[in-house]
Design a protein around this ligand. Structure first.
Ligand code: GLA
Length: 379
């Protein structure tokens, strides 16, 4: 297996020792995002306590891009009057700023991509003070199609090269940045992303704010656990918690599953208007601790029967996170057999969403709500 090391260019500094946490503009604001929205998100990360819980990246997704000047330097559009000033603002709050581009001539939303300007763009981002780059294949697919003439191997090689090219450009620019690959999991990206410098790579197409899509994406991650670890993580896409399309049990499933998967936790809601429920889900310290566990071992499914699934994640120090998911359309009992989770009878656990300490019997049945979850963390 490929063992990723951090970029020598960054010295001893790791950029993603645990999965990145923060906020991204796309799921809620999409193409409407402005400088003011990003500042408001930064303010809210601080005032809600999310920053102190670990959410430190403020990531601008697509639609910030303007045109290039006469020498090819990328400019922002009118929604983002001064990116350097925005970065300074975000940094002054103890947060980090992320940005978005594409290896293609155009981004997914049809804005200017980095094609042919990779070094120039990386240098511009570094000069602005950018700390994170999401690099979205999009427009580059047309280049691959045009130049590979139906040769799939050539097309895939072009894609690898395009991602590696931008990584080299970032390293040359000299400012440490999390490098997030977004190409929807094509060509088993988990097998090669670390070798082109990826810290995170999207494993699927886009999430949307409903239980069906979220659960299809999340539960299909079983099997990818061996590819995750320090500095290199599977990314099943950003969070939808708080966007309104799922109920509390469904959002708790979303958050729990992402934590079991050692996934990046990038909130995708309007942080300036959060309900108490949303806040409690995004800021549950025990769930965040599972996601950020320093052993960096992604969990997986250990048992399933119809709509009932049990997932286990091994934690540093010998503890375990055990998630009992009910994917069914009614409340169901799920029986945990401790030996299936590698535990002995009498083990102590916290039932995280209930906030209760319990002692586990050899076989124990939990009532799990429709589309809901019981999360146990043993010590
Ligand atoms: C793609 C990505 C999304 C988002 C949009 C922006 O669909 O997968 O996450 O970045 O592009 O246009």
């Amino acid at each position: 297996m490929f063992v990723a090391t951090h970029d020598p260019a960054w010295g001893q500094k790791l950029v993603a020792p645990t999965p990145s946490m923060g906020w991204n503009s796309w799921n809620h604001f999409a193409g409407r995002v402005t400088d003011a929205d990003v500042r408001a998100a930064a303010d809210a990360l601080v005032s809600t306590g999310m920053r102190d819980a670990g959410y430190i990246y403020v990531n601008i997704d697509d639609t910030w891009e303007g045109t290039r000047d006469g020498s090819g330097v990328i400019r922002t559009n009118e929604k983002f009057p001064d990116m350097k000033a925005l970065a300074d603002y975000v940094h002054s709050k103890g947060l980090k700023l992320g940005i978005y581009s594409s290896p293609g001539p155009k981004t997914c939303a049809g804005f200017e991509g980095s094609y042919g300007h990779e070094e120039q763009d990386a240098a511009t981002y570094a000069a602005w003070g950018i700390d994170y780059l999401k690099y979205d294949l999009c427009g580059y697919r047309d280049v691959m199609t045009a130049e590979s003439h139906g040769d799939a191997a050539k097309s895939n090689q072009m894609m690898h090269d395009a991602y590696e090219k931008m990584h080299r450009a970032i390293v040359k620019a000299g400012r440490p940045m999390v490098y997030s690959l977004c190409q929807y999991g094509w060509d088993a990206v988990w097998e090669w992303a670390p070798s082109v410098g990826g810290n995170l790579w999207r494993t699927t197409g886009d999430i949307s704010d409903n239980y069906d899509r979220m659960s299809v994406i999340g539960f299909q991650q079983a099997g990818l656990e061996k590819y995750a670890g320090r500095e290199h993580w599977n990314d099943p896409d950003m969070l939808e918690v708080g966007n309104g399309g799922m109920n509390g049990d469904e959002y708790r499933t979303h958050m729990t599953l992402w934590a079991m998967l050692a996934a990046p936790l990038l909130a995708g809601n309007d942080l300036s208007k959060m309900s108490d429920d949303t806040r409690a889900i995004l800021m549950n310290r025990d769930v965040i601790a599972v996601d950020q566990d320093t052993a960096g071992k992604q969990g997986t499914r250990v048992w399933a029967e119809g709509p009932k699934e049990i997932w286990v994640r091994e934690l540093a120090g010998g503890g375990r996170a055990i998630a009992l998911f009910n994917r069914g359309e009614s409340d169901l009992p799920i029986t945990l057999r401790l030996k299936d989770a590698g535990l002995k009878s009498g083990a102590r656990a916290k039932s995280v969403w209930k906030g209760e300490e319990i002692r586990l019997a050899g076989e124990q049945t939990f009532q799990v709500p429709r589309h809901g979850v019981v999360l146990l963390v043993t010590r």
